[in-house]
Write a new protein. Structure first.
Length: 230
C-alpha cells in the first residue's frame, strides 16, 4: 500500500497529464466520429444504391479489422503515401503522433456510431417521414428537421456508451507514442522499477472515468424515459 501511494505521489503530474490527454483524445474522437457516423448512417439508408454500397463496405471492413491494425496503418501508411503530418507540440505531445492516433480512432468509431445513429433513425415510425412529406418537405428536409431530431433522443444513451468504449480503446494508441494513460503507465513502470503499482493506479483511473460517464449516461436514460412517459 505504501509503495502504491509512493508511486502515485511521485508521478502524479505525469498521470494527471495522461488523464487529460486520454479525455481529449476520446472527446475529439467521439465528436468527429459522431459527425461522420451520422453522414455514414444517412448513406446506409439512402435510396442511392452506390452510397449504400460505400457505407456498407466501410462499416463492415472497419468493424472487421482490429483498431490496433488501423492505428499502425494510419501512422505508418500515411507518410508512405506522401501525407505530411503536423509536427507542433500539443499538451506535451508531438502532434505528429497525436493526430494519427485521433484519426485512427475516428475512423474506427465512425463505423460503430454509424450503426448507432442508423438504429436511432430506424426506430422512428415511418409515419413521421410521410407526415413531413405531406406538408411539402423534401425527403432531406424531413430527415433533417423532423426525423433526425427525434432519433437523437433514442441514440444518445448508446452514444454515451460508445464514449466509454473509446476511453478504454484509447490505450491502443500508446503503441505509436501518444502520451495517454497506458503509455505513461509503461513509462512509470520503466523508471520506477515498479511493475504492479502503476497498473493498479491506471486501472483505478480508467474505472473512475468510465464509471462517471456510465453514471451520467444512466441518468440521461432515466430523464429521457421520464420525458417520453409524459
Amino acid at each position: 500500500m505504501n509503495s502504491l501511494i509512493e508511486v502515485l505521489t511521485k508521478y502524479s503530474s505525469m498521470f494527471w497529464n495522461a488523464v487529460v490527454t486520454t479525455l481529449l483524445l476520446s472527446l475529439f474522437t467521439v465528436v468527429f466520429a459522431t459527425v461522420f457516423g451520422s453522414f455514414m448512417a444517412l448513406m446506409k439508408i439512402s435510396k442511392i444504391r452506390i452510397l449504400r454500397y460505400i457505407a456498407n463496405i466501410y462499416v463492415e471492413f472497419i468493424r472487421g479489422t482490429p483498431l490496433l491494425v488501423q492505428v499502425y496503418v494510419v501512422f505508418y501508411g500515411l507518410p508512405m503515401l506522401g501525407v505530411e503530418l503536423p509536427t507542433f507540440d500539443f499538451m506535451g505531445n508531438n502532434f505528429s503522433r497525436l493526430f494519427p492516433g485521433i484519426l485512427a480512432m475516428v475512423i474506427n468509431s465512425t463505423a460503430y456510431i454509424c450503426e448507432i445513429v442508423r438504429g436511432g433513425i430506424l426506430s422512428i415510425e415511418t409515419g413521421q417521414m410521410e407526415a413531413a412529406r405531406s406538408i411539402g418537405f423534401t425527403r432531406s428536409q424531413a430527415m433533417r428537421l423532423v426525423v433526425f431530431p427525434q432519433a437523437v433522443k433514442n441514440f444518445l444513451p448508446a452514444l454515451g456508451n460508445e464514449f466509454v468504449s473509446v476511453i478504454k480503446n484509447s490505450s491502443q494508441v500508446s503503441v505509436i507514442g501518444v502520451a495517454e494513460l497506458m503509455y505513461i503507465t509503461n513509462t512509470v513502470r520503466g523508471i520506477s522499477y515498479k511493475t504492479i503499482e502503476p497498473l493498479i493506479i491506471v486501472s483505478i483511473m480508467y474505472f473512475i472515468m468510465t464509471f462517471i460517464i456510465s453514471s451520467l449516461v444512466k441518468r440521461l436514460e432515466v430523464r429521457l424515459a421520464v420525458k417520453e412517459a409524459r
